[in-house]
Design a protein around this ligand. Structure first.
Ligand SMILES: Cc1cc2nc3c(=O)[nH]c(=O)nc-3n(C[C@H](O)[C@H](O)[C@H](O)COP(=O)(O)OP(=O)(O)OC[C@H]3O[C@@H](n4cnc5c(N)ncnc54)[C@H](O)[C@@H]3O)c2cc1C
Length: 290
């Protein structure tokens, strides 16, 4: 027997306040940003539980990018191609690289950074970089507006889904100011545009007078969650360059114990672990050349 499915109605808010009020009064609504994730998931159209689709195309205030001395602020509805088009004199190089290796140019013209974060896939190169950079997110509901570290949501998350609390809309993303002496992003995949991949990695380092003053190491696509170990990173601070071989070996043995990658149809766990360790070794060797 055919199931009767009622088509959702479309609502187009003129501003963020209208979006938030409508969403709070109609929790069975679906926010439609770029639609690239929504349109490929039959679950959205077949469930029949969605009463309204909120088309966010008119919300100019969430399509802006601002750079101050303290941070880079990106509206949740800015498309991936628009952010990349601003260039590396404004956005961090590793973010630029992650954006350029996400999906295809056509998808990047539609997909928004807010949508990518909301989907929260552990293979997201963009999330790998944002996590490494200690980014914070503005979440808004009718009752409350709050800034929350992305790390907090990742640590709470399960099963490849970020835990954006129910009823909240992601409105802005802030990346604290950076002056990394060295930053890299790598995506290991058969094709750069491939969605699921073997590995994503972001490495960042800051030095001052031959001393390592900050280091960030973040991996994506190893399993359900992105991996970053602040304890390990802190252990490196204040060390003199070049990083000694025994320090590198210590870090690699720690990663052996804590990375715990999974096997799927894109990669074997052993390959993921070995490649992560190679990337770390290479990254630390490169820092030694600064
Ligand atoms: C062919 C293809 C290749 C891809 N390759 C990659 C890849 O290499 N790497 C990668 O990381 N991703 C990849 N993706 C995923 C892509 O990045 C996401 O589909 C996209 O970023 C989602 O953004 P969107 O604006 O289209 O979101 P939408 O599809 O509009 O929304 C996705 C979900 O997020 C919710 N949402 C959106 N914005 C907000 C907001 N501001 N507040 C609250 N909820 C919100 C929506 O309600 C929906 O549930 C690929 C997708 C496709 C189709």
């Amino acid at each position: 027997m055919l199931k009767e499915i009622k088509s959702p109605q479309i609502y187009i808010p003129d501003n963020v306040h209208e979006l938030i009020s409508f969403y709070s009064e109609n929790p069975n609504s679906l926010i439609f940003a770029g639609g690239t994730s929504i349109m490929i998931k039959s679950a959205y159209s077949e469930s029949g539980s969605i009463e309204y689709i909120i088309d966010c195309n008119e919300l100019e205030e969430l399509m802006r990018i601002k750079r101050t001395e303290r941070y880079l602020e990106i509206g949740a509805l800015v498309t991936l191609s628009k952010i990349a088009s601003i260039g590396t004199h404004v956005i961090p190089l590793s973010l630029y690289k992650a954006l350029s290796q996400t999906a295809t140019p056509t998808i990047r013209r539609l997909a928004t950074i807010g949508g990518n974060i909301y989907v929260g896939a552990s293979y997201s190169g963009i999330l790998t970089v944002l996590y490494a950079m200690d980014s914070i997110l503005e979440l808004r509901s009718l009752q409350r507006s709050t800034w929350i570290p992305l790390s907090e949501l990742i640590l709470k998350s399960e099963n490849q889904k970020l835990y954006i609390p129910e009823g909240y809309i992601l409105t802005k993303i802030r990346i604290p100011s950076w002056n990394w002496n060295y930053e890299i992003f790598r995506k290991i995949a058969r094709k750069p545009s491939q969605k699921q991949c073997s590995l994503t990695f972001c490495g960042l380092a800051r030095t001052n007078k031959g001393i390592l003053t900050d280091i960030r190491l973040c991996f994506g696509s190893l399993g359900n969650r992105l991996y970053r170990n602040r304890g390990l990173e802190v252990g490196f601070l204040g060390r003199k360059l070049p990083v000694q071989d025994k320090t590198i070996e210590f870090l690699l043995s720690e990663l052996d114990r804590s990375l715990n990658p999974s096997t799927d149809r894109y990669s074997q766990a052993e390959y993921r672990l070995a490649t992560s360790k190679k990337l770390i070794r290479w990254f630390l060797t490169e820092i030694n050349r600064i």
